[in-house]
Design a protein around this ligand. Structure first.
Ligand SMILES: N[C@@H](CCC(=O)N[C@@H](CS)C(=O)NCC(=O)O)C(=O)O
Length: 174
């Protein structure tokens, strides 16, 4: 079971990985503006995504790691240990490399989102690319950011994958 919210880019990470690994999950949509109190029983922080796979697991990056280990094929992390570490580091640093400025922009606060988009650590692995692409799609399609050409190409490449194409539809409907 995936406790999900369409607008949530952290949930989008998990939706993409589930689709890539062709895992079929039931989804419970959570309305974050009228959140049921039982969500706090599953995750004391009250946040989605939350995966229930016989045990309850919040935190999108941890869920991604779990799914990569639970269902290793197709692999989203590279085989080489150094390359795996670099991809994981990119996800670990998500807040400083994108999230902090993205959410500062959303709050109307000073931000360097344009610079962050220029310097995004993309192309290290599918794993880290899927961890970043939900915010890039929203920056472009919801907030009108013109992406640097290399990033635009990266999005185009990923959009050929049904898992990401589906997320383009989700963003288009927000
Ligand atoms: N670190 C969490 C962040 C998840 C998160 O912030 N989800 C948002 C929706 S996009 C949420 O549930 N917000 C409700 C809240 O913060 O109260 C993750 O990676 O899963």
């Amino acid at each position: 079971m995936l406790y999900d919210a369409p607008a949530c880019p952290y949930c989008a990470r998990v939706r993409i990985v589930l689709a890539e690994k062709r895992l079929d999950w039931e989804t419970v949509e959570i309305d974050l503006r009228a959140r049921p109190s039982w969500v706090y029983d599953l995750n004391p922080l009250g946040r989605v995504p939350i995966l229930d796979d016989g045990f309850v697991l919040p935190e999108s990056a941890v869920i991604m790691e779990y799914l990569e280990e639970r269902s290793p094929e197709p692999a989203l992390l590279p085989a080489n240990p150094a390359a795996r570490a670099r991809a994981r580091l990119a996800v670990f640093r998500f807040d400083s490399l994108l999230g902090d400025d993205y959410y500062a922009f959303r709050r109307g606060e000073p931000n360097e989102l344009e610079l962050r988009l220029e310097q995004l650590p993309v192309g290290l692995s599918l794993f880290s690319d899927f961890a970043y692409v939900p915010w890039v799609l929203r920056a472009r399609d919801r907030f009108g950011f013109e992406l640097p050409p290399a990033l635009d190409e990266w999005v185009e490449g990923l959009s050929a994958r049904p898992s990401v194409a589906r997320e383009l539809e989700v963003v288009g409907a927000l």
